[in-house]
Design a protein around this ligand. Structure first.
Ligand code: SAM
Length: 223
């Protein structure tokens, strides 16, 4: 079975032998891959909506992995249960990811690893999780259909970080792979466009976007 390049990257961030919850599983292709490749021991594929979950169940049956993959309907981490050591959340907005944890952090009590691939607001995702009991073990950028996605692997534990780590990734900014430059060129265009359309009365938001733009020029786009 073939996964998208993005989901393949996410899958290979998961430690072998993990018990995984995939929040917002949609089709559950990631879970099926994790089982078929013998990366995960078992998975809980959950989704907020009936439609995607019905598709997930159909795929799970088709690939004959009903014994290894459970499904659950629920919002965010609500359906988590004892024994899950790894949570994957990918293809959702960064602020949605933070919202799933912010008011019910106890749901992550037994979780040792988080694999997050936000499709927006990655800076806030890093800042939130690195300040709430996790450190960055690995970090990558992956290009899929001309879009560059960040994938973060966080482990339970504390380390100290600075603003630049949240903005550019503590590992990514050290590695500075070719995609890093491309990603921040796109970020530069995105932020400039936002600033052009954001009304002047949003003083705080405009100020933080300008600061981010300055940092992109200074730290990400200089060799
Ligand atoms: C764009 S898909 C991403 C699917 C897959 N995780 C991926 O990375 O390709 C987003 C999925 O998340 C589900 N979703 C959205 N909000 C959710 C929430 N609060 N809790 C659980 N699932 C949610 C949607 O129903 C949808 O199936």
């Amino acid at each position: 079975m073939k996964l998208s390049k993005r989901l393949e990257k996410v899958a290979h961030m998961v430690d072998h032998g993990s018990t995984v919850m995939d929040v917002g599983c949609d089709h559950a292709l990631l879970d099926i891959y994790l089982i078929k490749q013998k990366i995960a021991k078992s998975c809980l594929a959950s989704d907020l909506h009936e439609g995607p979950l019905a598709q997930a169940k159909k795929n799970i049956k088709e690939y004959k992995v009903e014994n290894e993959i459970q499904t659950a309907l629920g919002n965010g981490l609500e359906p988590i249960h004892d024994g899950i050591d790894t949570v994957v959340i990918s293809g959702l907005g960064g602020l949605t990811m933070i919202g799933m944890v912010k008011y019910t952090p106890f749901r992550l009590n037994q979780v040792k690893t988080l694999i997050l691939s936000p499709n927006s607001d990655c800076v806030f995702v890093r800042e939130y999780f690195l300040n709430h009991g996790f450190y960055m073990e690995d970090e990558a950028l992956i290009e899929d259909h001309h879009i560059i996605y960040p994938v973060l692997k966080l482990k339970k534990g504390a380390r100290s970080y600075q603003k630049l780590d949240y903005q550019f990734g503590p590992i990514l900014r050290q590695k500075k792979e070719p995609l890093f430059n491309q990603y921040y060129q796109k970020e530069q265009v995105r932020v400039k466009t936002l600033l052009a359309i954001l009304p002047k009365r949003y003083i705080k938001k405009r100020w933080s976007l300008k600061r981010y733009l300055k940092a992109i020029n200074k730290y990400a786009l200089t060799p």
